[in-house]
Design a protein around this ligand. Structure first.
Ligand code: HEM
Length: 509
């Protein structure tokens, strides 16, 4: 009896509170959220999300429109799937959506949000971007390390040439190329060994595995991030893997930093030679605006290595895959290369403006296969109205660039890979044309885009210039799968295997 009275009393109390809140906070009733499927208790709409979340969300956007709201577990999530909506979030209201949600990946794999990618909006992040833009990505500094890109590109092309006639997994070689370039720029040298005669802290294979794991764990849908009360159980085992990965990176960073400090010991007026030198120097600077500690140096170093390697290699692998499906496009590209460069030399960075077809292939690849299919998650810092809908503070926002590249109002026959669509059009990839945003736009736009573009353009141009391409055995272009796997970068499910034959004079390789 007593229990029933309690229940009645509780119900009466809840009803009274609801009435009071309706009277005193009438606007909460008037909020107009973006359309979307009805969420279930606890899981929200997670049941709608398959192994390729960007594709699941693309399908939903065809029902609910270019801005929709879902619930992932306990959190509201807004998905923008059109150029206009992307403009609203990344330009009109950029200052409100310039933060990142806190996730287990940010906490455990990036030293408690000490890198740039996961850092919340604020002075630490602002200072980090300034350091990157002025000490690494300025055109003067990028020009000063062009020789590294040239040396490594040549070594990469020679390695491929040595494998001519044999089925070769292109991605392995592309990843080694980009990883070596970034390592030399950021760490001063490779720090991984490729043969048994070399001794190093890790082998190339181990280091590549660490980076693959880092990418995977930063892209996964970790249930604990969305349903906080199950966080503790680590149901998918991702947090355990993140902690194990952190230990491996710790060992790597400690070794790299010890070597850098030893090099500097006793040297008066030491001048930094690479990004690690500079970051270690900044960490000792008492006058710096926001104090950097050892974890910051680790976070930033890792950010640069991870951000720069897989993204560029994945893009080139997609480009070559699409081209192998349409050999006529390879003919068009080599016709341009023969005409502009000739068969007597390699393509140099300064030649790129004279190669519009290569540029068009790159843009078309970024339209159809943007590696960051939903950019990185953005977080609403305040309540805001976007496109007539209310978005509450704390909402997580994804910009579905994969979907935007398939918007029929922007692109004719969007499922076709057709570089010609970019010829004679001034549309670029640097965050100004909202229908094509492979690097994002606004405050959180990729700071490394110019380096990424340089690496992609010259490797792609020289792969086409230097080799004839065939699929292995009796494989036909239509047999080549174009399936994807989801992660922070979205690579091919089945790596491209191809057979190359040199097309330039032997002395060039
Ligand atoms: C094809 C090459 C690349 C692509 C497609 C790419 C794409 C992206 C995207 C989409 C974002 C997130 C933008 C957003 O949240 O709105 C991003 C952020 C970032 N990228 Fe890149 N990126 C590439 C190359 C690079 C390179 C070469 C580096 C550095 C060496 C780099 C470092 C970063 C960093 C540090 C961030 C975080 C920025 C922040 O949160 O403020 N990326 N990139």
């Amino acid at each position: 009896m007593e229990a029933i009275s309690y229940a009645i009393l509780t119900l009466a109390l809840v009803a009274t509170l609801a009435l009071v809140s309706k009277i005193f906070f009438p606007q909460s009733q008037k909020l107009k959220f973006p359309p979307g499927p009805k969420p279930w208790p606890i899981i929200g709409n997670l049941n709608h999300i398959g192994p390729l979340p960007h594709q699941s969300l693309h399908k939903l956007s065809q029902i609910y429109g270019p801005i929709m709201q879902l619930k992932f577990g306990s959190y509201p999530v807004v998905i923008a799937s059109s150029a206009e909506m992307a403009r609203q979030f990344l330009r009109t209201h950029d200052h409100i959506f310039a933060s990142r949600p806190q996730t287990a990946a940010g906490k455990y794999t990036t030293y408690n949000y000490s890198n740039l990618t996961w850092a919340p909006h604020g002075p630490y992040w602002r200072q980090g971007r300034k350091i990157y833009l002025s000490h690494l990505f300025s055109s003067k500094i990028l020009d000063s390390v062009e020789y590294i890109r040239v040396e490594e590109n040549r070594a990469f092309l020679s390695r491929l040439c040595a494998l001519s006639g044999k089925p070769t997994m292109l991605k392995e070689h592309l990843s080694r190329l980009t990883l070596t370039i970034i390592s030399r720029i950021v760490l001063g040298k490779k720090y991984f060994s490729v043969s048994e005669s070399e001794s190093s802290i890790v082998t190339l294979e181990e280091f590549q595995e660490m980076l693959d794991e880092l990418f995977l764990l930063n892209g996964v849908l970790n249930i604990g991030d969305w349903i906080p009360w199950v966080q503790f159980f680590d149901l998918q085992g991702f947090v355990k893997r993140m902690k194990a990965l952190k230990k491996k990176f710790d060992r790597f960073h400690d070794h790299v930093f010890d070597e850098h400090r030893a090099k500097k010991e006793g040297v008066k007026d030491f001048v930094p030679k690479d990004m690690v030198d500079l970051l270690l120097q900044l960490a000792e600077d008492p006058d710096i605006e926001v104090k950097l500690n050892y974890d910051s140096v680790k976070g930033f170093t890792q950010d640069l290595i991870a951000g720069g390697t897989d993204t560029s290699a994945t893009t080139v692998e997609w480009a070559m895959s699409e081209l192998m499906k349409q050999p006529l496009l390879i003919e068009k590209a080599t016709e341009e290369l023969d005409r502009v460069i000739g068969r007597g030399r390699w393509v140099e960075e300064k030649d790129i403006p004279q190669l519009p077809y290569i540029e068009a292939i790159m843009k078309e690849t970024m339209r159809k296969h943007p590696v960051a299919v939903m950019l990185a998650p953005h977080l609403a810092l305040e309540d805001c109205n976007v496109g007539g809908y209310d978005i509450c503070k704390g909402t997580r926002v994804f910009i579905n660039t994969w979907s935007m590249g398939r918007e029929p109002s922007q692109w004719d026959a969007p499922d076709e890979f057709n570089p010609d669509r970019f010829l004679g059009r001034s549309i670029d990839v640097k965050g100004q044309n909202f229908e094509l945003l492979p690097f994002g736009s606004g405050r959180r736009m990729c700071p490394g885009y110019s380096l990424g573009l340089k690496m992609i353009r010259s490797s792609l141009a020289n792969l086409l210039h230097g080799f004839n391409w065939k699929l292995p055995g009796n494989m036909k272009p239509e047999d080549l799968s174009m399936e994807e796997v989801f992660g922070l970068a979205t690579p091919r499910k089945f790596p491209l295997v191809a057979v190359v034959e040199p097309r330039l004079p032997a002395h060039l390789y």
